[in-house]
Design a protein around this ligand. Structure first.
Ligand code: SF4
Length: 208
């Protein structure tokens, strides 16, 4: 079990055995006040068997409107980065630390993150990725290190529950400050290389 959820086997999240069940439950969530100020829960999107997962901060206005993560300008940039790294977008899974849009796109509070994290932990358990890319400080602080600073640890592989984790800048930060694009691309090249190795190794094992 990932995270600090209930130890009892009747934890409703533990009882969800696939992403569809988890999503259905998540859509009804009212564990924190963010749900009152948004259109709906933005669960996540992508391949339920992804080996690579990308995690951002929370939905923005466009994401809230469409009910999907990373569909606004930052999402379009992320699509371009993945394409440049030759990582097919249909192979990955994308989610956020909080699943409801914070008012005016403010950073979610620690309490809101803590309320929402069990959903993400269960998502990660069900998907079981080998690699996670954390996009921005909130993703780093929410999942791995509450005091972590993205400027300090970006570009370095971390280990989290046996999963290789690469922290890097959020695409929205790249749009605000283009000088961050080059270092972010260096980080994504590391992700690309490890992802390729992983896929090649898994392909060899499947043939054996
Ligand atoms: S942000 Fe997360 S915990 Fe809060 S209401 Fe939305 S889904 Fe529930």
């Amino acid at each position: 079990m990932i995270g600090q959820r209930s130890l009892f086997s009747d934890d409703p999240l533990e009882m969800c055995t696939d992403l569809d069940q988890l999503k259905e439950l998540n859509l009804q969530c009212r564990r924190c006040g963010l749900r009152d100020g948004c259109n709906g829960v933005v669960f996540g999107k992508g391949n339920p068997r992804a080996r690579l997962m990308l995690i951002g901060e929370g939905p923005g206005a466009e994401e809230d409107r469409q009910g999907l993560p990373f569909v606004g300008a930052a999402g379009q940039l992320l699509d371009k980065i993945l394409a440049a790294a030759e990582i097919p977008v249909e192979e990955v899974y994308i989610a956020n630390i909080v699943k409801c849009r914070p008012p005016n796109n403010r950073v979610p509070t620690r309490e809101e993150m803590d309320a929402c994290l069990p959903w993400l932990w269960r998502q990660i358990e069900l998907i079981s990725p080998a690699i996670i890319v954390l996009l921005g400080s909130t993703a780093l602080q929410g999942l791995v290190d509450p005091k972590g600073r993205i400027t300090r640890v970006r570009g370095q592989w971390l280990d989290w529950n046996g999963i290789k984790v690469m922290p890097t800048y959020h695409p929205a930060a790249l749009l605000r400050d283009p000088s961050k694009k080059k270092p972010a691309w260096e980080d994504f090249k590391k992700v690309r290389d490890l992802y390729r190795q992983l896929k090649e190794r898994e392909a060899r094992l499947n043939l054996a």
